[in-house]
Ligand binder design. Structure first.
Ligand code: NDP
Length: 340
């Protein structure tokens, strides 16, 4: 049972060499004694690379989620096939998504956290992204927290990522004007030409983020879907409109910095009566059935598109995960462990 193991806790930017491929571990494919009475044995097909995993590579600092254990395999979201089950909700042959190990086969001792995949006429890898955790993040964050109204001015950072590409399309479906920022020309072109953003820009080429936002939003920003925090958030605060809303989804620009930077311009929250709200997607999973009802037809009708960046083979997982923090991924970063 090949596994990706965390070698040691990480300081600063994670590196491929912080992880290693262990191919000497074995697994009993008959659900061994010692696994829980409800255990499910799965074959992992697609693993999801997610920015929050960086926090788990450091010793716990009171985070909402446990750290990985050095010497043990990483874990995260994935899509898997059930090959053995003691749980009445799951049977051999079912496809599931949810928490699993970064390895070929995993024993899931608490399968209540798994979602059974009912729609298999869409790419199964989509359950790491548009049909999984990032999809619910974009849906709950945009519709619930940002409460969009037709004609409003929307800005999305890390706009070509797993969450951002969806938020921008939801904003267009809601009749908003939407601008995205991303870190390469290729991503900017995709946002404008494939995803229907009204405008997009490369934040790495802007000397002055405040001036860039003034160029794209001469009337100011009503909604900011924040995936990056830091300097971009500061610039948005200077350009936010009266009664603006900010969904604090993620702050990836701060994840590899020992002491997070302070944020300037916060007083605009008062003077512009802004509502800024953070959220954790797991608190919104009750919305998943409603979200699926909306999104599956949109995918089938081609009204929503989704790009994945596929890394082949478990051994490519460390490189794929680390790449998130330099923007190597174009779209949702997925690792294929097996196709069936
Ligand atoms: P992405 O697919 O967007 O991948 C991360 C992207 O972030 C990179 O491709 C890169 O794109 C950009 N990035 C990396 N470093 C920086 C930096 N220093 N400054 C600005 N941009 C940077 O990831 P997701 O869509 O999965 O996640 C987006 C955000 O949402 C993350 O902050 C994540 O933690 C958060 N999140 C929060 C959830 C919640 O429950 N609140 C749930 C899921 C995600 P680029 O080329 O543009 O630089």
């Amino acid at each position: 049972n090949k596994q990706i193991v965390l070698k040691r806790y990480v300081n600063g930017f994670p590196k491929e060499t912080d992880m290693l491929l262990n191919d000497s571990s074995t697994i009993n494919l008959n659900l061994p004694q010692g696994s829980s009475i409800n255990a499910v044995l799965v074959k992992n097909l697609y693993l999801s690379c997610d920015p929050y995993m960086r926090a788990r590579m450091s010793p716990s600092i009171g985070s909402y989620i446990d750290s990985f254990t050095p010497g043990s395999p990483l874990s995260g979201y994935g899509v898997a096939k059930v090959i053995g089950s003691r749980h009445s909700n799951f049977k051999k042959g079912d496809f599931v998504w949810g928490g699993t190990g970064w390895e070929e086969y995993s024993i899931i001792n608490a399968p209540e956290t798994l979602f059974k995949i009912e729609h298999t006429d869409v790419p199964l890898s989509h359950y790491t992204g548009i049909l999984g955790m990032p999809g619910v993040t974009a849906y709950a964050g945009f519709y619930e927290i940002c409460a969009p109204k037709k004609g409003e001015y929307v800005f999305v950072s890390a706009a070509m990522g797993a969450v951002g590409q969806l938020v921008g399309q939801f904003a267009k479906l809601s009749g908003c004007y939407v601008v995205g920022s991303a870190g390469t020309k290729e991503k900017v072109d995709l946002l404008k030409n494939k995803f229907g953003f009204d405008e997009a820009f490369n934040y790495k080429e802007e000397q002055d983020l405040d001036a860039a936002l003034k160029r794209y939003f001469p009337n100011g920003i009503d909604i900011y879907f924040d995936n990056v925090g830091g300097k971009m958030l500061e610039a948005v605060l200077s350009n936010i409109r009266l009664h603006g809303r900010i969904a604090a989804c993620g702050m990836i620009s701060q994840y590899n910095i020992e002491q997070g930077e302070g944020v300037r311009n916060l007083s605009h929250i008062i003077t512009k009566s802004v509502r800024m709200q953070g959220f954790i997607v797991t608190h919104y999973y009750h919305m998943y059935p409603k979200y699926l009802e909306m999104i599956i037809p949109l995918i089938k009708q081609g009204k929503i598109i989704y790009i994945e960046d596929i890394a082949e083979g478990l051994e490519s997982a460390p490189m794929a995960l680390v790449g998130l923090f330099s923007g190597k991924n174009v779209g949702k970063q997925v690792v294929v462990v097996a196709r069936e």
